[in-house]
Design a protein around this ligand. Sequence first.
Ligand SMILES: *Cc1c(COP(=O)(O)O)cnc(C)c1O
Length: 388
Amino acid sequence: MTQTPNVELLKQLPQVEEVLQSPAVAQLAGIPHDIIVNAVRAQVDALRQRILGGAEPVIETAAIAEAAAARASSLNAASLRRVINASGVIIHTNLGRSVMAQEAIDAVNEVIAGYSTLEYSVENMARGSRHDHCEPLICALTGAEAAIAVNNNAAAVMMVLSEFAAGHEAIVSRGEQVEIGGSFRIPDIMQQSHAHMVEVGATNKTHVSDYERALTDETAMVLKVHPSNYRMTGFTESVSIRDLRTLVDERKAASGQDILVYEDQGSGAFLRLEAFGTYAEPAVVESLNAGADLVSFSGDKLLGGPQAGIIVGRADLIARLKANPLARAMRLDKMTLAALEATLRLYLDSETAMDHIPTVRMLIEDADSVKKRADALKAAVEKTVPAD
Ligand SMILES: *Cc1c(COP(=O)(O)O)cnc(C)c1O
């Protein structure tokens, strides 16, 4: 049943001009006039719709003006802005993960202020590839044959599965079926990339024999996922990259079948930081040395660079990824490339990396130094925010 709208109320709705004269709106400063007019109109329209729908709201020009002023102000204010991270979590996804090194900030500023060599090779005086900027650095730092960087690690995983496991089977341990913040779940990514997921082992333990039994003629890949934000302790066991390598090599020798070993490392450390008391995250180099064909990881986690997903490994496989249409859909823009290249360059000297990359520097910072910074922050906050 639709109610008859209250015509009297409709008549009471103020004209836009009248609301514009109202103090709350009239005193708005620094906001473009069009934005204010649109906000007032939207506010009046919303009331009109409510009345037409049978509601009987109180019509007050001052209240409409206040709501419109709030609407206009919020449109005009920056939404994405600086905050203080006092959470104790260094790589905090909700707060933007890694803070860039000054070198990365400078590189971005330099590149966005004018035209650039994004896809142009000055040396060859011809079209170049945007992959050329970071690949040599990533290879130098990880010992990989080849590399590609895309929008983020979720995209990297998606690309690897679609290119190499679509229509085939990919084996993954049940102990590595974790959800990584923001709804990244391996089964969902598998489905989206048309790979058939074959789960092996139990939640707490997976053995080489579990993988071995799961191998079929349809197996294209064994996937190892590093549970970055989650730890199982106690009666647990997982299979190393080295053992997976041996397994697929034996299969290849026996039947000629090619099966890829791929590790989604999540954080992808370039430095060994255990000496400083941080968590021992597997290093990219170790995974490659242990026999992974491909390894992928984020640019903005332990690496401390911009949001990116980096895939390293065999040159023939990376060449196929570069040719995949997803590489075009998930490519990096020049700002990210500039920041990533600058961050990677800092890793060429590990002392420089530890000193200049904020994420790395904070991870190895000792407790006394953190306390000093916290005390200084507390004093600064108390100066500006009155205690009550
Ligand atoms: C963080 C993470 C991802 C997703 O990486 P993004 O760069 O956030 O897209 C994928 N896999 C693992 C293991 C991760 O830790």
